[in-house]
Design a protein around this ligand. Structure first.
Ligand code: GLU
Length: 473
């Protein structure tokens, strides 16, 4: 139920999605309950010295499901962070990892601060102290719980976490795998920074490739040429918009904190970012129309609406006015369950967050693997691959009599580097993930949409895992 503020409690909303799917499975009630609840909720307060004096900061780490270890999920720095939000986001991580066959349970962390109000030194102190609180309770470690970036945090915070953990665990050879989303120089993997947005793009590409699905919502096949509105130009929204644009989609609307802009003919994403940096606002971008209210962007007519900001953006209140054909959930929990009911009556296709924004955690998994194997992807095979390909090309030259240019040989023979492998692993995971949930959706008329299909997929996988653990056999 939506509350007096018009929003459901976030964890309740996730539970509503869960219950809808669970009702279509035949798992025992106790098992479903065990999958749904949060296994560990750690809430703590710690003091920090700032230029304004001592401050007490609230932090959380929630481990939603221990069916697989480590558990995994980002850390959010936000003034609005609270226990309900962290629980909901941790639950979404469990389902996300299960849908994508990323072998982790779900977790999430939150620190209730507005990072913009603190200096870099203060943020470092807060991050290191938060990490120490996790260490004290054994809530972090390569095989226990592995944080990552989320709203308000990035590679810088992750390197502070890795360094703090490493300091408390001298000589632990796998210590760097205690956190992902690190800078590449600190054990990060190439491609992690842009991974969530890139995953959104791959997911959309796959969804739009099914002609019959597109026909049902009045669209033609393919992403190129489609009009796209993006809410949020942070890391996820920016990269999703950029890759869609590079593929030939037309970005007609962009919304940020201070307002929104629209241009039917298309907005150049990088030019808008540059303008925002210089002017301090997205508004008054040359050739674009300013929208009175940033929330109006959600109601623009378009083929694809990408909410890439925060939860509870499309609610029972504004859902009747949504004019997109596809809602592509790049954020976590942007659509409430009541909104989804309305969108369904309007024949809007929702591509759910637990599938669509899973690119981040997928590449986090690759980073974790890299840290545990202590070798860069591609290091062992790249040169061998290249030499083999060159030898093959020489044979082709000999047998055809056609001399290949150095440029041709370079492009065709090239061995795969870390970034190539990461992107190809991400694309493969996004394609397979979509096909799995689409097949479930199509297999049974009772399954109303892709979200319920994704939840069924996740529930079945977690249930199988509990079965194989000997719990709830
Ligand atoms: N915070 C991101 C998410 O919501 C990434 C989590 C991770 O990489 O562990 O999916």
């Amino acid at each position: 139920m939506d509350t007096a503020h018009g929003h459901p409690k976030f964890f309740d909303n996730v539970s509503r999605y869960f219950d809808r799917a669970a009702a279509l499975t035949d798992h025992p009630k106790g098992l479903l309950e065990q999958i749904k609840v949060c296994n560990s909720v750690y809430s703590f307060q710690f003091p920090i010295r700032t230029s304004r004096g001592m401050e007490v900061i609230s932090g959380w780490r929630v481990q939603h499901s221990h069916h697989k270890l480590p558990v995994k999920g980002g850390i959010r720095f936000s003034e609005d962070a609270n226990e309900d939000e962290v629980k909901a986001l941790a639950a979404l991580m469990t389902y996300k990892c299960a849908v994508m066959d990323v072998p982790f349970g779900g977790a999430k962390g939150g620190v209730q601060i507005d990072p913009k109000k603190y200096t870099v030194e203060e943020l470092e102190r807060i991050t290191r102290r938060y990490t120490t609180e996790l260490i004290k309770k054994n809530f972090i470690g390569p095989g226990i719980d592995v944080p990552a970036p989320d709203y308000g945090t990035g590679a810088r915070e992750m390197s502070w976490i890795a360094d703090t953990y490493g300091t408390f665990h001298p000589g632990q050879i796998d210590a760097l795998a205690c956190v992902t989303g690190k800078p590449v120089s600190q054990g990060g993997v190439r491609g992690r920074f842009e991974a969530t947005g890139r995953g959104v793009f791959y997911g959309l590409l796959e969804a739009c490739s099914h002609e019959d699905d597109m026909k049902k919502i009045g669209l033609s096949k393919g992403l190129a040429g489609k009009s796209v509105v993006v809410q949020g130009l942070g890391n996820v929204g920016y990269h999703a918009a950029l890759y869609c644009q590079q593929h030939g989609a037309v970005i007609t609307g962009l919304a940020e904190y201070e307002g929104a802009i629209f241009n039917e003919k298309g907005l150049d994403v990088d030019a808008v970012v540059k303008h925002r940096k210089e002017a301090g606002s997205i508004l008054n971008f040359p050739g674009a129309v300013n929208l009175a209210d940033r929330a109006d962007a959600l109601e623009l007519e378009c083929d694809i609406l990408i909410p890439a900001a925060l939860e509870n953006q499309i609610t029972g209140e504004n859902a009747p006015r949504i004019r997109a054909k596809i809602v592509a959930e790049a954020a976590n929990g942007p659509t409430t369950a009541s909104a989804e009911d309305i969108l369904m009556t309007k024949n809007v296709m929702v591509i759910p967050d637990i599938y669509l924004n899973a690119g981040g955690v997928t590449v986090s998994y690759f980073e974790w693997l890299k840290n545990l194997s202590h070798v860069r992807f591609g290091r062992m095979g790249k040169r061998f691959e290249q030499t083999t390909n060159e030898n093959l090309l020489r044979l082709v030259e000999e047998s055809t009599g056609r001399k290949l240019t150095d440029g041709e040989i370079k492009t065709v023979a090239r061995g795969a580097d870390e970034i190539d492998l990461v992107n190809s692993g991400l694309q493969e995971t996004m394609i397979t993930g979509y096909q799995q949930i689409r097949e479930i959706w199509r297999s049974n008329d009772q399954i109303p949409n892709l979200r319920t299909a994704a939840f069924i997929n996740a529930i079945d996988k977690v249930a199988t895992c509990y079965g194989e653990l000997g719990i709830f056999p």
